[in-house]
Design a protein around this ligand. Sequence first.
Ligand code: BF8
Ligand code: SF4
Length: 656
Amino acid sequence: MSEGKKKVDNRRTIDPAALAVIDKNTANGQIETAYERYVNMQPQCNFGRTGVCCRICLQGPCRITKKSSKGICGAHGYTIVARNLIRAISGGTGAHADHSRHMLYALMEVLEGKAPDYSVEDSEKLKRVAGKLGLEVEGKEDNELLEAVLQQAISDFSKVTTEPCKWLETNVVPERMEVFDRCNIQPRSVHTTIAETMGATHMGVDADPVNLIFQGLKTSLCDYICMHIGTDLSDILFGTPKPVYTEANFGVIDPEMVNIAVHGHNPLLSEMIVRVARDMKEEAEAAGAKGVKCMGICCTGNEVLMRQGVPVLTNFLSQELPMMTGAMDAMVVDVQCIMPGVKAVSECSNTRIVTTMAHSKIPGSYHVDFSEEHAVAKAREVVNLAIEAYKERQGNEIDIPDVKNKVTAGFSLEAIEDVLSAVNADEPIKVITDAVDSGQLRGVALFAGCNNLRVTHDNSQITIMKELAKNNVLMVATGCAAGSAAKLGLLNAEAVEKYAGEGLKEFLDTLNEANKDKLKEKLPLIFHMGSCVDNTRAYDLTTALARQWDVDVPKVPFVASAPEAMSEKAVSIGSWCVTLGVPTHVGVVPEVTGSALVDGVALQIAEDVYGGYFMWEEDPEKAVEKILAALDERAWKLKVHKQTAEKYETELSTGW
Ligand code: BF8
Ligand code: SF4
């Protein structure tokens, strides 16, 4: 390093395992990762940062400055910011649609007998989904029901007529549908709406920022629809998660095993690899290993964690680092949140990067063209590549940070209701609403989303989680936020002892006591509800709470928080949270501050119209205050209205 050059601060994480690897790498002056690339990228462009850069037509880029207050075409800053924002929502929705459509194709092939390695694992879930959609369930065979469910999903994906999408209509409270009708944001279908949004944001189409934002919110509802379809179909195909017990962080890597990281989002491949890996012990032993060990990164990791108890290796930001331990044999990737940077790191670490999807390749990597028709054979091919890499790494230096934490996960809404039903079998959700009504709990919070180097890795999520625990907030988590909690020891019962306030402790103790013959271990501090796509499970909990209290969602003391949001998917999820009535904290200010109007709609006007609203707050301590204030306001209002309703013997929802 030349004298006088600013020292690179690449220690932007609180994860001790990640830090150990970063420090060793820095000392050796070797491999560049996201932590260094972030530093090298500074300063980042403020036009892009605030959303006032338009590249929608070839006359651009047009940037809003004091000198040029409009784009060349005359587009105001508010139009440019709104267009950029809703294109991001469309990108997130497109990614989820891609994921869920793939599940749909796979199940269609199962129906047609073309995917012999898959079958319907959870016919009870199939019945529940069909029943919810209003389909006739009685006396129907699985195949008949599945066909009807898939037809409905195809319709929600692609119909061009105006009747409501079934997955929206049947999963939210009726009052929400009335709001969507009133605001004219009922989507025709997922694909048509994504296309509409791209059309509306083409050069010279919609210039009205509010109209654009409403189109964006309509698109976000499609995100909700296709995510819910994705979760439902995954459960039908692979089973609805139940509590599982495992470990998380780099310490799960076993130097004597063939180590395979599954990374990305799609459970079609990762489930198969986990199953096949168990059957390939002999092949691994023949190569001198004790067996094959799978572990997860990002959301496909969450999928196999939730259903198979596969250990969590790490979350989004630290995805390049496990390879530097010298003991990762393969990283198998499918779609989304895979840094292209993994390839360069793998070259120094003997790890084989294996891409598997036709539309998601990384130059220079191995590619196994995954197909549902030959799923087991393709999965074997991948595992064999890892076994070959294991042979080659013999004699190399291995250094694995001894950091791992116990994890209890697998909390689908069904699993949570099952736990609650040990206290109240008839009305399981009432166990939560009673605890909020009595003041034992202050409300419920969902932690969702990613990591983002604009804040210190894992710090915002962990700080807010610990503080909310102390303040008796019941917490659920998904995606890489759940990954932070897993890695840093918040997804186990010990964390309850360490961090929970009295009310939360009592609440969980009651559940533990009632479930002592059923659960292998005591409940964790935070309920892991799954991958990012599974945020719909968390919203189903909100809907269930609203139904239990008999109010619309904007009255439910439920808050969503994405302390380290990064992806377009996080933008679309945050947007549907708001549209569906949830106060939503985002810990990284999105690219909207270049327009006071668009920013104001997100922060204030949204609440008047939809009941949900955004809170941008990068400081985790201040975020805690805002989240608690949002919960307290709703809990207080509920209490006052409940007392009034009791006094005058009226319905709770009357006159509110
Ligand atoms: O879908 S939380 S970094 S891995 S986008 Fe990506 Fe964000 Fe992680 Fe999962 Ni979700
Ligand atoms: Fe510039 Fe308008 Fe073209 Fe955008 S659409 S790049 S603002 S001329």
